[in-house]
Design a protein around this ligand. Structure first.
Ligand code: FAD
Ligand code: NAD
Length: 467
């Protein structure tokens, strides 16, 4: 029987990054993955393919609508959806192949099959041909991720009633796409198909899109998406969706009035959240505990109720984000190696890759008010930024929230072009405990988009210079 210091179950961002860190630390490491390719949800059916399609569809939209203002006249723009999908698939296979390469380079053993716990130190690997092999491990790390939530009355058929996975590979542009859930998946994939020509209607239970987002930013984003043509029905509950193979009829009721409505579309994307996935791992075999929502319970060292079995990523509570899973993978590797692995959950950035993008880190105004924290707020619009004007994309703003007394930055919220890239400065600043004054006094090359961050930092002290 093969023996390892560490065996990971699941090769998503949590599992593969953690495995690489274990190997770097000299631990004999194996990763069990049930799918044919490595990289998990993120690389195969999540972050990467969605961003590839977001970038391609944004090009299509820009060439079709936005270049005229630059004096670039284009006619006869056509969409080759098959080619767009092939490009996306190539990016995915390059990156999943890249993880294979990294495993070989770091001498990480890859075991293909379903990983099932047999005892506290043994995992059985069930291959697709039905063979089993048992491996022994001093430490086992569960990194089995998450899957889309199903909605009562709305059964996925994978053809017309779909999850994000199928919405990333449609072979035609929907005439009408209904998106159930105005969260991050709904808005990102809704944007892809809207830009490619679909009518997109979002049905959202809450009164705001992206519930956890700073309310001012969420309202502004919704206005911008409406201007782009996305339609919203807020405060509604979907009760059923029925497909006849070509069309789907969706029934929903308005929460305030109880009024029922029907709507037809050729595709319905259900994007109402994801749930932790531990089916098949046999947690019961060793008595690993889950909470009411199905997340595996861990302590601050990621240990489950069995002390040498750990869990990380989407399988445990916290934001379901690739970079959160990665950092937990690294932390658990370092803890096992006797170091003091640690994740700073106060500085996990989150991004919605619409156009413009939304990126944030730290507390929202609503959270600070609820916690009774006194703060100053400084905002600055992209419309007053030279680079944003040159790019021709001026919607949005940056808002910095800083402690009233100490001026320490508590939250940064960006709605604007390339917010995903700009937020990195705010994350580093917060990691180092910066004040808004520190950011305001740091050089920012001119003319650049991050100058909006500095102006917002200056605005915390009411001394923005450019507006
Ligand atoms: P996963 O990536 O889900 O990987 C788990 C792996 O475990 C899978 O490969 C699975 O096959 C395997 N597995 C499960 N059970 C077993 C078993 N018993 N034996 C063997 N293998 C098993 N996050 C971001 O930060 N940025 C984004 O832009 C972003 N975009 C997204 C877009 C979409 C459409 C979706 C769906 C998600 C997106 N996410 C994004 C979220 C991100 O993909 C997840 O947070 C991340 O993949 C979680 O990593 P993980 O390692 O915990 O699990
Ligand atoms: P989400 O939690 O972001 O949004 C789900 C939305 O569905 C919420 O607004 C919720 O109010 C709504 N909803 C729930 N039940 C409903 C109902 N019955 N009818 C109508 N609306 C309903 O979930 P998601 O968009 O499915 O994304 C899942 C996870 O994937 C997220 O946790 C996110 O972290 C991750 N993800 C991240 C990115 C990114 O980082 N850019 C991109 C995609 C996905």
């Amino acid at each position: 029987m093969s023996e390892f210091d560490v065996v990971f179950i699941g090769a998503g961002p949590g599992g593969y990054t953690g495995a690489i860190r274990c190997a770097q630390l000299g631990l004999k490491t194996a990763v069990i993955e049930k799918d044919k390719t490595l990289g998990g949800t993120c690389l195969n059916v999540g972050c990467i393919p969605s961003k590839a399609l977001l970038d391609s569809s944004e090009h299509f939209h820009q060439v079709s609508h936005d270049l005229e203002t630059h004096g670039v006249m284009v006619s006869g723009v056509k969409l080759d959806l098959k080619k767009m999908m092939e490009r996306k698939d190539k990016i995915v296979s390059d990156l999943t192949g890249g993880v294979d390469y990294l495993f070989k380079k770091n001498k990480i053993e890859r075991l293909q099959g379903l990983g099932r716990l047999k005892s506290e130190t043994e995992v059985e690997v069930l291959t697709s041909s039905g063979k089993t092999e048992t491996v022994k491990a001093k430490n086992i790390i569960l990194a089995t991720g998450s899957v889309p939530n199903a909605l009562p009355g709305v059964d996925f058929d994978g053809k017309r009633i779909i999850s994000s996975t199928e919405a990333l590979s449609l072979n035609e542009v929907p005439k009408h796409l209904i998106v159930i859930g105005g969260g991050v998946i709904g808005l990102e994939l809704g944007s892809v198909w809207l830009r490619l020509g679909a009518k997109v209607t979002v049905l959202e239970y809450a009164d705001n899109i992206c519930g956890a987002m700073d309310k001012q930013v969420s309202k502004k984003l919704q206005q911008i998406l409406k201007k782009q043509g996305m339609e919203f029905h807020m405060g509604v509950k979907v009760t059923s969706a029925k497909s006849d193979g070509k069309k789907v009829s969706v029934s929903f009721e308005t929460l305030k009035t109880g009024e029922s409505q029907n709507m037809e579309a050729d595709y319905v994307l259900v994007a109402t959240g994801r749930r932790p996935f531990s089916e098949g791992v046999r947690l019961d075999a060793v008595g690993i505990e889950k909470d009411q929502r199905g997340f595996v319970k861990v302590n601050s060292h990621y240990q489950t109720s069995c002390k040498n079995i750990y869990a990380i990523g989407d399988l445990i509570p916290g934001p379901m984000l690739a970079h959160k899973a990665e950092e937990e993978g690294v932390a658990v590797a370092e803890i096992i190696a006797g170091q003091s692995g640690h994740v700073n959950y106060d500085t996990v950035p989150s991004v919605v890759y619409t156009w413009p993008e939304v990126a944030s880190v730290g507390k929202t105004e609503e959270q600070l008010k609820a916690e009774g924290v006194a703060y100053n707020s400084g905002s600055f619009p992209f419309s007053a930024n030279g680079r944003a004007k040159a790019l021709g994309t001026t919607d949005g703003m940056v808002k910095i929230l800083a402690d009233k007394k100490s001026d320490k930055i508590l939250g940064v919220h960006i709605l604007g072009p390339r917010a995903s890239d700009i937020i990195c400065e705010a994350v580093v600043a917060m990691e180092f405990g910066s004040s808004s004054e520190d950011v305001a006094r740091s050089f920012h090359a001119h003319p650049t988009l991050p100058e909006v961050i500095r102006e917002a930092a200056l605005a915390v002290d009411k001394r923005a210079r450019q507006s």
